[in-house]
Structure formats: C-alpha cells, structure tokens
Design a protein around this ligand. Structure first.
Ligand code: PLP
Length: 402
C-alpha cells in the first residue's frame, strides 16, 4: 500500500523507458519510507472488521487476503516484469515448469489439441506427452523451423501452439509472426517460452503472441540463486491464471520474488554482456581446428541467422559446438576444463558447460537425438560474465585434450 502522507514517496513513471522501469516499476513505499523493496514474509493479512474481511474475500474490495495468491513483494515483481515485457499483466509462479503447467491448466480442457515445437525444454515435453495426455489433451510435436509442418499439424480442435525459440542447444529460430497469424486464423493461443531471450532480446507479444512464459530461474534472476516462473499476457487471460494460482497453489515465495526483482534491475546490462561473450566465443571456436561445427544464430552461417537478426535484438548467451570425434572426445574436452562449471543450468553469472546427448537430452532415444541434431560430439556452453580471455583459456584446455 502506498504511504498516504506524501505522494512524492512513489516515483512518477509516466512515459518511463525500459532501464528506468527495470529499477523502479511496481514499488509502492510503505509508511516506513524504505528506499529498497521490502520482503513481506507473511502468509495472511488482517482485516479491519468482519465486514472488511467479507468484502475482501468476495473480491468486492481490493486488497490482500492470503499469500497463496497475493503478496506485495510478489506483486512488485509481477508489475515490474509486466512493465519490461509490455504486457498488461504478469502472474508469478514457483518455477518455470509451474508456469508452463499453469498455462495448460488454465487454458486447455479434455478434447483439446496442442501443437508444440519438438525441441522444447525436456520437461516441457514430459508435461505434454505424459501428463496432459492423461487428461485428454493430445499433442503433436513439430520441427521448430518447419512452417509447413506447423500448418499441417493444426486441426479444428487445436487450442494452443506452444513454442520455445531460440531452441536449446542448437539456437534454431521459429518465425513468431508467422506462428501468430497461424494461431489467430485457427482461433488458437500462441504461447512462447521466452526464457532464453528475455524481454531484452525478444518481444513475443509485439510479434503477435498471446502469452509469454518464463523460467525466472535462468536469466531473470541471472545469478543462480533461486527458482521462479512468470506468465504474462492480457489482463482478461491473466484473470484465469490468478484463479488457477488461487486454486492450485504453485505460489512463488516472497523471498524468491525479491531475489528475481533485484535480478531484473541488471537484466539488460547482463544480457548484453552474455550476448557479447557468447558471440566472441562462437567466433573463436569457429577458428579452432578441432572444432567441427559451431551453432550460434549470430554467425552468418547459421541457417536462421537472417530471421534471428530480424526477430531478436541479440543472439543470446548459449553457444554449442561439435568437436571432431564423438562422445569420448566431448567428455574429454569437458573434463579438461578447470574453471567453467560442469552443469546443465544456464543464465548464471558463471559460465556452464554440458554434454547434451548424455544429460539434458539423455532420455531421448538415439533416433530422437539424431532427428533433433544432438550429436554425441556436441557440447553446450552458456556464457556467464567472467573475463572472455579466461573463458578462452579454459576452453583451450578442453581442446588440447581432444
Ligand atoms: C529451465 C527451463 C524451464 C523450466 O524452468 P524451471 O524454473 O527449471 O522449472 C522451462 N523452459 C526453459 C526454456 C528452460 O530453460
């Protein structure tokens, strides 16, 4: 609640630009006049009277009732993220998966059909192919870049197109404008997982998407500290999300909301640095004789370089490459590094290295991996914020071991 003694305590953000919104949007100072955003560690709220309680429970009067569905710190994160995304409303969730499942629960029902890009985050595939299937929602998986495939997969019953672009780990890019017109023509929702780009590099709502989802665990926090998720879109749809959150309870903790909120303040600076380091590493890797191929959409050789240049304002922090050889050479490379973290996570200040074929994509069959282009010689690096020269030196140790 805003302090009532002095309006000047709150910033006037009329017409404010992205960098200003990133550090100020969504904050309403309390009567304590704090400068930083407080963490409201409370599960419930008190009412002034029995009548006040009744009015707030029924929704007649605005205000907090219970932290499962509203909390001031979480709301600050939601408002700030909505401001950065240019969305009418944001709803925070406990994790990226909670956000993705939440969108499905809020907008799909038995008998619906969904079309999903095949290269989505592995656990997202599990949500659609195992859990939603049990509740009568059928999914068709299509190649991210194959527009004819998307068109052919859509049926009368298609209620949602779900896409994650750019893909992990090969940075393939889907054409969001074309997917938005396909969705619109069929009366389906276009849902975009924008975790890899963030609103700094890609703005799906402006390209015609209906809903954007995030794993805030990655770049939004950006410092590897906590889990979180977000769903953004029009207020009318977000009402459904809040109703789902209230009923099902995948609530983001106020502490995690505060951590992510602080992450947003440096998001643009960090994304630019991640992109720059990843691009420099991609160029350097391309010149190494033991590297067979580099996958980075910022390279002119990348099959969707032109589309990525048009649709994104940066190419992201993830670079993948194949070493000459197979699994053994890739593992030797990874084990010979001495600084970069061997972990499948990304979107951290610390650079990470992983072998997709035996970790993130390890549960796929050989045939599925071949189809997805995940070779045994493929290594993924998610650029952090360390010195470029130190990163090159560490990767050079890997190369020497191949
Ligand atoms: C990590 C990730 C998710 C899942 O998010 P969690 O916060 O781990 O639940 C979903 N989509 C993408 C693209 C991710 O990278």
């Amino acid at each position: 609640m805003a302090a009532d003694n002095n309006d000047r305590l709150d910033s006037d953000l009329t017409g404010a630009r992205l960098d200003t919104l990133a550090v100020r949007a969504g904050q309403y100072r309390t009567m304590e006049t704090e400068h930083g955003e407080p963490i409201f560690t409370t599960s419930s709220y008190v009412f002034r009277s029995a009548a006040d309680a009744a009015a707030r429970f029924s929704g007649e009067e605005p205000g907090n009732v219970y932290s499962r569905y509203t909390n001031p710190t979480v709301r600050t994160l939601e408002e700030r993220m909505a401001a950065l995304e240019g969305a009418e409303q944001a709803v925070a969730m406990a994790s990226g998966m909670a956000a993705i499942l939440g969108v499905c629960m809020a907008f799909l029902e038995a008998g619906d059909h969904v079309v999903v890009s095949r290269s989505v985050f592995g656990t997202t595939t599990t949500i659609f192919s195992r859990y939603l299937k049990r509740f009568g929602v059928e999914t068709t998986f299509v190649d991210l870049t194959d527009m004819a495939g998307w068109q052919a997969a859509v049926t009368e019953g298609t209620a949602m197109l779900f896409v994650e672009t750019p893909s992990n780990p090969l940075s393939e890019v889907a054409d969001l404008k074309q997917l938005a017109s396909l969705a619109q023509a069929k009366g389906a929702l276009l849902v975009v997982d924008n975790t890899f780009c963030t609103p700094i590099l890609q703005r799906p709502l402006e390209l015609g998407a209906d809903i954007v989802v995030y794993s805030a665990t990655k770049y939004l926090d950006g410092q590897g500290r906590c889990m979180g998720g977000l769903v953004l879109g029009r207020s009318e749809q977000m009402k459904e999300m809040v109703a789902y959150l209230r009923a099902a309870g995948p609530t983001l903790s106020p502490f995690n909301a505060w951590v992510i909120l602080k992450g947003l303040e440096t998001l643009r600076l960090r994304m630019l640095a991640h992109c720059d380091t990843a691009y420099q590493l991609a160029l350097w890797l391309q010149d190494q004789p033991k590297v067979a191929r580099v996958y980075y959409s910022g390279l002119s050789e990348h099959p969707q370089h032109a589309l990525a240049s048009e649709q994104q304002s940066g190419f992201g922090g993830v670079v993948s490459f194949e070493v000459k050889g197979g699994k053994e050479e890739a593992w030797r490379f990874i084990d010979a590094t001495r600084m970069i973290s061997i972990t499948a996570n990304l979107g951290d200040t610390k650079t990470t290295i992983t072998h997709p074929a035996t970790t993130t994509h390890g549960r796929l069959s050989q045939e599925e991996r071949d189809r997805a282009g995940i070779r045994d010689s493929l290594i993924r690096v998610a650029a952090g914020l360390e010195s470029l020269e130190d990163l090159k030196a560490d990767l050079a140790r890997g190369l020497a071991a191949v």
